[in-house]
Design a binder for this molecule. Structure first.
Ligand code: NDP
Ligand code: MG
Length: 394
């Protein structure tokens, strides 16, 4: 029987993973080693019961008593805190889903790779903050990373069996989010509710707002650079409002291989779960005649400055991605809390990058997680200051 662990089980990706695992037979088909969550203890305990998990971990120590109580009599062990989450990744599992949101997902993912595991990677921040270290760790330990972000799963599938030396370009698509056709002035004045209302995808709050600002696409450009290793000038983003084509790979013979799929993350998760084969996944089937037209347009870097900032990070590499992500996370916290405006987020990130770029760590290829965390820490501090100044100016 295959064994698996799900990090971030109670989130949007975690729920979709749980759904697919249950449809494939749940505890009859898989031995669940560990499930982790944050504050949603009721749901974590429900999932642990349904999958007869050996271990359930909450990220927050103060939630541990509630988790213990919810799991009483089930035989599932309960644990709490960031350290317990890291240790859960030490427990052997054939397949591990990395779906914690934010930089907190980096540590368990790295631990799983050090043990040579197969890691389904949804947590994009891992590749953005520590791409070179992550890829090297996987290679040195014979581990496999399967991309779960839909665009990267699409590129992975389009590249299957191909000679990467013949790849001229990789194009990832962006829906354009809720503000695709909004003017700069209207975007500037948007509310949190407007920013998190994604037209095509149902996702967690943070990634939905990142889609509206196109910070999500910015992270994905960096992710593409780090995961597939193509030079930045070969990587493009194009706006495609229908979210049917997820990525295209262009070859030296002029051919473009496109990957099409429904806007349902269970497609990419299912691909990773069934890899190296394919298996039935219960997503809606695409009716091309019904869709009638697929359109594409050039992204506007003036209204969506995150894309321009991503280009700088793709060129600088090293730990610039850790600074970029940390600044983006802080800026997003401040936007959600109503302290800064929507466009202030990009300004905070740009000012943070400028502020920390003189640090020797900025362009350094990381040798250890500690360096990534040090840059993360430095950038968070700088971003807090930048956000504070923006708030005063409002
Ligand atoms: P959610 O916010 O829906 O879920 C996040 C999960 O992480 C929850 O289980 C949450 O627990 C847990 N969590 C939150 N904070 C911490 C922490 N500090 N330590 C440990 N666990 C924590 O996120 P999504 O599922 O939307 O996204 C997960 C990852 O996948 C992100 O990196 C995102 O960018 C990426 N991704 C998501 C896509 C999507 O469609 N949603 C698409 C492509 C990539 P709890 O809720 O119990 O507090
Ligand atoms: Mg994506």
């Amino acid at each position: 029987m295959r064994s698996l662990s799900i990090f971030g089980a109670t989130g949007s990706i975690g729920e979709s993973t749980f759904d697919l695992v249950m449809r494939k037979g749940g505890p009859e088909a898989f031995r669940t080693v560990a499930l982790t969550g944050g504050r949603n203890i009721r749901r974590l305990a429900e999932m642990a019961r349904a999958l007869k998990a050996e271990l359930a971990v909450t990220a927050h120590e103060d939630c541990l008593p509630a988790l213990r109580e919810a799991l009483a009599g089930t035989g599932t062990e309960a644990a709490g805190g960031a350290q317990a989450i890291a240790e859960a990744a030490d427990r052997p599992a054939d397949w591990t889903m990395s779906a914690i949101v934010g930089a907190a997902g980096l540590v368990p993912g790295m631990r799983a790779l050090k043990h040579g595991r197969t890691l389904a990677l949804a947590n994009k921040e891992s590749l953005v903050t520590a791409g070179q270290l992550l890829m090297r760790t996987a290679e040195e330990n014979g581990a496999t990373i399967l991309p779960v972000d839909s665009e990267h799963s699409a590129v992975f599938q389009a590249l299957a069996g191909e000679d990467t030396a013949c790849v001229e370009r990789v194009i990832i698509t962006a829906s354009g989010g809720p503000f695709r056709d909004w003017s700069l002035e209207r975007i500037r004045a948007c509310t949190v509710a407007e920013a998190q209302a994604h037209p095509n995808w149902s996702m967690g709050q943070r990634i939905s707002i990142d889609s509206a600002s196109m910070f999500n696409k910015a992270l994905e450009l960096i992710e593409t650079r780090e995961f597939f290793g193509f030079e930045p000038d070969r990587i493009e983003a194009v706006v495609h409002p229908q979210s049917i084509v997820h990525a295209l790979v262009g070859f030296c013979d002029g051919g473009l291989m496109a990957h099409l799929g429904p806007a349902d993350m269970r497609h990419a998760i299912g691909f990773a779960l069934n890899w190296p084969g394919r298996g039935e996944v219960p997503v809606a089937r695409i009716d091309l005649a019904q869709i009638a037209s697929l359109t594409f347009q050039k992204p506007d870097e003036e209204r969506f400055p995150a894309l321009r900032l991503a280009r700088n990070v793709m060129a600088a590499r090293g730990l610039s991605g850790a600074a970029f992500n940390a600044a983006k996370e802080i800026a997003l916290d401040h936007f959600i809390a109503g302290r800064i405006g929507f466009l202030d987020m990009a300004a905070v990130v740009e000012e943070t990058l400028a502020g920390v770029s003189a640090d020797p760590l900025f362009g350094k290829v990381p040798d250890a997680l500690e360096e990534v965390l040090a840059m993360d820490h430095l950038a968070r501090k700088a971003a807090e200051e930048a956000a504070g100044l923006r708030q005063q100016k409002r």
